[in-house]
Ligand binder design. Structure first.
Ligand code: NAP
Length: 299
């Protein structure tokens, strides 16, 4: 069993770190706000008060922080991972960041004597708690195979998709598909409600046909209940849609649906709704039809 350092104990990181403890690994956690380290210690992990302290004995160093600049902040500098981890240690970045940044950081990591894998995940908080995430991994094949015990503790569908950075490219595609699904589901629910259809019954039958999806299973009820506690915050999906729209433009690929959904998600964030679950995009779809709670014509 490995000695693991886990940096970033948020909505996803904390349950993933706990699953590594349950699988028998020795895990030391660090988080920017210390209260989350205390939670991890209460769940059976070890706590550290700096990145350097967390990583110094680790065979495997994991990062799970929000965005590209956050990953750069924890890996670089005198107190960072590259300067303090053991030579030969594996660095697995589970965060969702820009593919070009992941590719560059992998080169820097290798130069610092580490073995890098970009390994963004899908499956949400529920997948993290259940140890059932989909994990798309970029990096060297040998490094991927060496990390199998760690991946098995947190994921169910774990696939090596190519060299460094390609895990992030696949994740960008994932985020495009999920956002378009959420938008379509929101439009369908607003449409059904306008006709006074029994929406519980409608979603049940839609879920059994070609319209069925994990988005419908996990987000449909949240829309019916107007219950948008995160989960995956709109702010983070906004980040990911920026990643996919700019990466598509750089590749000369046109993604019109992605561009529209990116604008709609951006609008929610600009209106101060970024901390809602991404299913909260439903609120904007209601508003576009004058069917939100503030609309004078709301029946
Ligand atoms: P989150 O709840 O905001 O957690 C991020 C954690 O990283 C926070 O606890 C934060 O600490 C910590 N952090 C940020 N900067 C740090 C730094 N410089 N040093 C140490 N810790 C730092 O976000 P999340 O939902 O877990 O998402 C994490 C990543 O997974 C993101 O890239 C996201 O896109 C991806 N993801 C999320 C989901 C989901 O459903 N939530 C699903 C798939 C992928 P503070 O407490 O100080 O803020």
């Amino acid at each position: 069993m490995a000695n693991v350092a886990f940096i970033g104990l948020g909505i996803m990181g904390l349950p993933m770190a706990v699953n590594l403890v349950k699988a028998g690994h020795q895990v030391t956690g660090y988080n920017r706000s210390p209260a989350k380290v205390d939670k991890f210690v209460a769940d059976g992990g070890k706590g550290a008060s700096t990145v350097a302290e967390a990583v110094k004995e680790a065979d495997v160093v994991i990062t799970m922080v929000p965005d590209s600049p956050d990953v750069e902040a924890v890996v670089t500098g005198d107190d960072g991972i590259f300067a303090n981890a053991k030579q030969g240690a594996q660095w697995i970045d589970f965060s969702t960041i820009r593919p070009d940044v992941a590719g560059q950081l992998a080169k820097d990591a290798a130069q610092a004597g580490l073995k890098p894998l970009d390994a963004p995940v899908s499956g949400g908080e529920a997948g993290a708690i259940d140890g059932a995430l989909s994990i798309m991994v970029g990096g060297e094949t040998a490094d991927f195979e060496a990390a199998s015990d760690v991946f098995d503790a947190v994921g169910k569908t774990v696939v090596h998709v190519g060299p460094s950075g390609s895990g992030q490219t696949v994740k960008a595609a994932n985020q495009l598909i999920v956002a378009a699904n959420i938008e379509a589901l929101s439009e369908a629910v607003v449409f059904l409600e306008a006709y006074g259809v029994d929406t519980e019954a409608a979603l049940k039958v839609l879920g059994g046909g070609l319209a069925g999806s994990k988005v419908l299973d996990q987000k449909g009820q949240k829309m019916l209940d107007r219950s948008f506690d995160p989960g995956f915050r709109l702010q983070l999906h906004h980040k990911d849609l920026n990643i996919v729209t700019s990466a598509a433009r750089e590749a000369g690929v046109t993604i019109p649906l992605g561009a529209v959904v990116a604008q709609l998600v951006g609008s929610m964030v600009n209106q101060g709704e970024g901390s809602l679950d991404h299913s909260g995009l439903f609120k904007l779809v209601e508003q576009l039809s004058g069917r939100d709670e503030n609309s004078p014509d709301k029946d």
